[in-house]
Design a protein around this ligand. Structure first.
Ligand code: E4P
Length: 214
């Protein structure tokens, strides 16, 4: 399972690149707004340290506007993935960008039927939102497991990039379903790494070592 960082914060990304735990990055306009920088500058800074796919979402929702922004972002590097909303304009942009050899993901996916359409349109990645489905009272990881089953039934090449991950259990359930990629905020990754028994174990080993007879 590949792990992407769900952030545009260069320091967070740098730390996880150094840990060997950052296979790619996802951003969205809300995430980029938090960094308070020009989008091209922010993405260029990330591209200097990440060789895996970097998802960046145009602000435009009309077809011409989407293509114009996408072409600008694609100049940053071959690993830029244009993240398109699951609307007709986004689906249309997938095919056009594919001809220009620009990778695409379809985002804001909340159902298996949307995921089937995104794959049919030829997107390289589909981005189902686990946490936001949970927020709506449904079962986010179950929705992604259904997408995984459908893609497997038809040997669909589109990669599942599960996002809106809020807790480590989301990642575990997605891994059990065989999902290709999860995009995780730093806070969730930190929780996945830590365990109180690990800390207690280190403390006890040190205490015992310090008691040793010289
Ligand atoms: C990333 O691709 C998504 O935009 C992000 O994971 C959404 O997360 P949220 O639902 O916690 O805002």
């Amino acid at each position: 399972m590949k792990i992407y960082l769900d952030t545009a914060n260069v320091n967070e990304i740098k730390e996880y690149v150094e840990l060997g735990l950052c296979d790619g990055v996802t951003t969205n306009p809300s995430i980029l707004a938090k960094e308070g920088k020009d989008i091209t500058m922010a993405i260029s800074a990330i591209a200097k340290i990440v060789s895996g796919p970097i998802n960046v979402e145009p602000i435009a929702t009309d077809f011409d506007g989407i293509i114009k922004e996408a072409e600008e972002y694609a100049k940053i590097g071959k690993n830029i993935v244009i993240k398109l909303p699951m609307i007709k304009e986004g689906l249309k942009a997938v095919g056009v960008l594919k001809k220009k050899k620009i990778m695409t993901s379809i985002t804001l996916v909340f159902s298996p039927s949307q995921a089937l359409i995104a794959a049919k349109a030829g997107a390289d990645f589909v981005i189902p939102f686990v946490g936001r489905v949970d927020d709506g009272g449904a079962y986010g990881t179950e929705m992604v497991a259904q997408i995984a089953q459908i893609y497997s039934n038809y040997e669909i090449k589109t990669k599942i990039l599960a996002a809106s991950i809020r807790v480590p259990m989301h990642v575990i359930e997605l891994a059990l379903a065989g999902v290709d990629i999860v995009s995780v905020p730093k806070s969730v990754l930190e929780t996945m790494i830590k365990h109180p028994y690990t800390d207690a174990g280190i403390k006890k080993f040190l205490e015992d070592w310090n008691k040793k007879k010289t």
